[in-house]
Design a protein around this ligand. Structure first.
Ligand SMILES: Nc1ncnc2c1ncn2[C@@H]1O[C@H](COP(=O)(O)OP(=O)(O)OP(=O)(O)O)[C@@H](O)[C@H]1O
Ligand SMILES: [Mg+2]
Length: 233
């Protein structure tokens, strides 16, 4: 279980996150919604200790991760799929996926066949170089690679940005099926409410670095003012 307590985050003197507290129970899937610049990526990076300077507590299965660097957090069961994907261009799709072995937890990588069964869109692409993929295909590889590390909690940053609706639907099916099969928890940053709803059971809304709402999707739907005030463009 992942728990964030009173998290503040800074870039230099700029104070970006203010007192964020949230929980992702074992195997639960949670969305963080917010406009551009709200602090979604900063939140996920702070949980991973990958960039911003953070103050507060991040606990995994009850242990405070303190100042542990990202690679140690990865080995304990956190995986971050950042918004810029970071697919390696000069190695194959399969090698991109296998590369996370070093960051996998004690149970090791998920069998590539299991990954490919969940992401059938990748099957014809496994031998291609990263540089030979479309943006949407790279995004799919990045998500598959994150899952391959067998994290306890996947930190997934706006995976649908720029994707065609049909690919977004495939991503939702692949991601939820694999999370269910492996018992993976998910902390999903999104602006695509439809996708977030399909993938998760509860939602947090962040604005200007502060949580302004948390609840189930049913509660969220009963509060159109939240969407109006904090999410509509
Ligand atoms: N490396 C950085 N240095 C300084 N300020 C930053 C840095 N990265 C982000 N910020 C600022 O922190 C705030 C939160 O940014 P963040 O990237 O977390 O937003 P976001 O919710 O992920 O937005 P988006 O939906 O556009 O990805 C913004 O005001 C942004 O300008
Ligand atoms: Mg972002």
């Amino acid at each position: 279980m992942l728990e964030v307590r009173s998290l503040d985050a800074f870039y230099g003197d700029s104070h970006v996150l203010h007192g964020i507290s949230l929980r992702v129970a074992k195997g639960a899937r949670i969305s963080v919604l917010g406009r551009n610049g709200a602090g979604k990526s900063t939140l996920l990076k702070s949980v991973m200790n990958a960039g911003p300077r953070a103050r507060g507590e991040v606990l995994l299965d009850g242990s405070d991760l303190g100042t542990l660097p990202s690679f140690r957090r990865a080995r304990l069961g956190l995986a971050l799929v950042p918004e810029d994907r970071r697919i390696f261009p000069h190695i194959s799709v399969m090698d991109n996926i296998r590369l996370v072995e070093a960051a996998a937890g004690p149970q090791g990588l998920v069998d590539p066949e299991t990954i490919l069964a969940a992401f059938p869109i990748l099957k014809p692409l496994v031998g291609r170089y990263g540089s030979q993929l479309s943006g949407g295909q790279q995004q799919m590889v990045a998500v598959a690679r994150g899952m391959a590390a067998r994290p306890k909690v996947l930190l997934l940053d706006e995976p649908t940005e720029g994707l065609a609706p049909v690919i977004v639907d495939q991503m939702a099916v692949s991601l939820t099926a694999l999370c269910d099969a492996l018992g993976t928890g998910l902390l999903l940053s999104e602006q695509n409410i439809r996708f977030a709803r399909r993938c998760t059971s509860a939602v947090y809304v962040i604005e200007s670095g502060r949580l302004v709402y948390q609840g189930s999707w049913e509660d969220f739907d009963a509060r159109p003012d939240i969407k109006q005030r904090h999410l509509s463009v």
